[in-house]
Design a protein around this ligand. Structure first.
Ligand code: HAS
Length: 579
């Protein structure tokens, strides 16, 4: 379908703007690996301090890039499947809020006034511009839901009584409603704790409350990233794998989304198993719910694998009776038509398989004590948000730019190889970080000037090899990104070869049961909110026993102790000798 000028500009802007920032985000990821391996042995590099770079890496990659591209994808899905117009005023307001918010937060981060990491809970404090910027980004991202998507969804349902809303719309809509619900706790901590402290209106905070509210948002957040990827896996992948493939079961897909509605929220305490303020049994309850939220992903693994098997076997009768040989017919590397996109989804799925296993390890209450705050955790999330999610978003960004602008994909060979380099790099990275983590290698630490520095009394030689391997892996990942970027910018800057249009390859369902209960969202969301609130009441009671919002001083670079560069053993010795 043809997309009206200004809406097209907004959708393209929501893709191109965060991708320009992503270049910085990826660069700071590489820097992290170099610092941690001791290849950069300093507190800062090119004027950017270690934690400043880590904050930029996390915020740009995991928050800005994902949020904006997910909104772009949502806009495209609603437009294409419901065939109802989006309003330019709504879209521009949303886009400008996201851009201005991002620029405000970026200023605070680049100026070194917001070294608070992407999990910005207290007691770390940022400049008010960081919080106001983040708020604008998040509010901007929900504007289309309220003013375009929801009205269009309701009127489509009125015009099509008894019909199922298209699966892609269902996935995007469910995801964005979840997004609105999960924002509530983080808004409370930002408005009532972080901003007053940052503006100097109060001098005390309650970090346990802030952490609890943050993680009540922070875990559902990972499903806000994941569900658009699942939407693509259910609708686009089965179709393009052969050109005429089918989704194995429409109801199984919808049921998976419903399970996410129920179980994504009452689980945030699994990030706080070591939180002393919360009673153990409350954490155990949320640990059990965490196993519950893995179920829709297992269901997805089954449905996607079944769809691939059905589609391949229907196209190639010679592998019809094979158990595994049909795997060889999947177009992992193909330049034909839209099949190049298959490589993004397959590489992402292979990474997510590992991400799922490591997630279950994290979730196991007692085993978590071994891996918590070690490099095992970044190992896990680079195969989830840094794996399937990022690859799906990179793939769909390139796809949408080429379709909307009427351009051929340039350097298609590089575009197809990019996800496999990314996959290979991430797999090595995950191995190095996970195994090192099991040996206690900490996360979020500039290890090059401490544990990996032979001159330091903290030196731990057994971690060196893993850190160096992860730096090697980071180069492969960056190479993958460069391949993708060459194709993306090559396509963007090439002349149009046809009129731009919006289209999504969409698989029909092989099994398409009616299952009306899966189409009514209100009861599921009502149960979900009740579960969320009930599961959090005891934990919130625990963390507010000593005072609701305030009970200890905020942390700054002067309090509790001034930050200084740690001395190496040699420096310590020579200082002692001088004395
Ligand atoms: Fe997680 C920490 C538990 C999923 C992201 N997670 C994190 C953090 C991030 C993150 C960013 O319980 C770090 C936060 C921080 O900075 O502190 N996570 C889980 C569990 C799951 C899970 C149980 N995480 C995700 C997803 C993420 C994500 C998805 C981003 C998108 N995670 C944790 C826990 C922690 C944690 C603890 C805290 C750790 C700590 O101590 O700090 C589950 O949802 C995972 C379920 C997934 C599966 C896999 C299904 C497999 C599929 C692929 C199949 C392959 C096919 C290919 C079909 C069960 C779908 C077939 C091929 C053919 C050829 C046929």
């Amino acid at each position: 379908m043809k997309v009206e000028g200004s809406i097209k500009t907004v959708i393209l802007g929501e893709i191109i703007f965060p991708i320009l920032l992503l270049i910085f985000g990826i660069y700071h990821g590489l820097m992290q690996a170099l610092y941690r391996a001791g290849i950069i042995k300093d507190m800062s590099f090119l004027g950017i301090e270690y934690y400043q770079g880590l904050t930029l890496h996390g915020v740009i990659n995991a928050v800005v890039f994902t949020t904006m591209v997910i909104v772009a994808f949502g806009n495209a899905v609603f437009l294409y499947y419901l065939k109802k117009p989006l309003r330019p005023a709504v879209q521009w307001a949303s886009f400008l809020m996201m851009v201005i918010g991002t620029l405000m937060a970026a200023w605070a981060m680049f100026a070194g006034k917001a070294n608070v990491l992407y999990t910005f809970y207290l007691p770390l404090i940022a400049h008010p511009a960081f919080y106001i910027g983040a708020a604008l980004l998040l509010v901007g991202s929900i504007v289309p839901l309220f003013f375009d998507w929801a009205p269009n969804y309701i009127s489509w349902r009125r015009e099509h009584p008894g019909e199922k809303v298209p699966l892609a719309v269902f996935g995007v809509f469910v995801n964005h409603i979840m997004w609105v619900i999960m924002l509530v706790p983080v808004v409370i901590t930002v408005v009532f704790q972080m901003l007053p402290l940052s503006l100097g209106l109060v001098s005390e905070v309650n970090p346990s409350l802030s952490r609890t509210l943050f993680w009540a948002f922070g875990h559902p957040l990972v499903y806000f990233w994941l569900l658009p990827a699942y939407t693509m896996l259910y609708t686009v992948l089965p179709k393009i794998v052969t050109g005429e493939g089918k989704l194995y079961s429409d109801s199984a897909a919808r049921f998976a989304f419903i399970l996410f509605i129920l179980f994504s929220f009452p689980v945030g305490l699994h990030h706080q198993f070591t939180e002393p303020a919360v009673t153990n049994s409350y954490k155990l309850v949320q640990a059990l719910f965490t196993f519950g939220v893995a179920v829709p992903s297992m269901l997805t693994a089954f449905t996607v694998a079944a769809s691939l098997e059905y589609s391949i076997k229907s196209k190639y009768p010679e592998v019809k009776n094979s158990l595994f040989y049909w795997w060889t017919k999947i177009p992992y590397i193909s330049l034909e038509g839209d099949k190049w996109l298959v490589s993004y989804f397959m590489a992402g799925l292979f990474l997510f398989f590992v991400g799922g296993i490591t997630g279950i390890v994290n979730a196991s209450y007692n085993v978590n004590l071994v891996v918590h705050n070690t490099s095992f955790v970044p190992g896990h999330f680079h195969t989830t948000v840094g794996g399937l999610v990022t690859l799906s978003l990179l793939g769909i960004s390139l796809y949408l730019v080429s379709k909307l602008m009427g351009k051929e994909i340039r350097f298609k060979g590089l575009a197809v190889l990019a996800p496999w380099l990314w996959w290979q790099g991430m797999l090595i990275f995950e191995y190095a970080m996970s195994v090192a983590g099991l040996h206690g290698f900490p996360r979020r630490t500039n290890t090059g000037i401490s544990y990996l520095n032979p001159d330091s009394p903290l030196y731990r030689p057994e971690w060196v090899g893993y850190a160096e391997l992860s730096a090697f892996a980071a180069f492969i990942i960056v190479l993958g990104f460069i391949f993708w970027a060459i194709s993306f910018f090559g396509t963007l800057l090439s002349p149009s070869v046809r009129e731009g249009s919006l289209e999504f390859p969409t698989a029909e369902a092989l099994h398409d049961e009616k299952a009306p209960a899966l189409n009514r969202l209100t009861p599921w969301f009502a149960i979900s909110v009740a579960l969320f609130v009930l599961s959090y009441i005891p934990a919130l009671y625990d963390v507010t026993k000593r005072g609701v919002f305030f009970d200890s001083p905020g942390y700054t670079d002067k309090n509790p102790v001034p930050i200084t560069k740690p001395q190496s053993a040699k420096e310590e010795k020579s200082t002692a000798e001088v004395k």
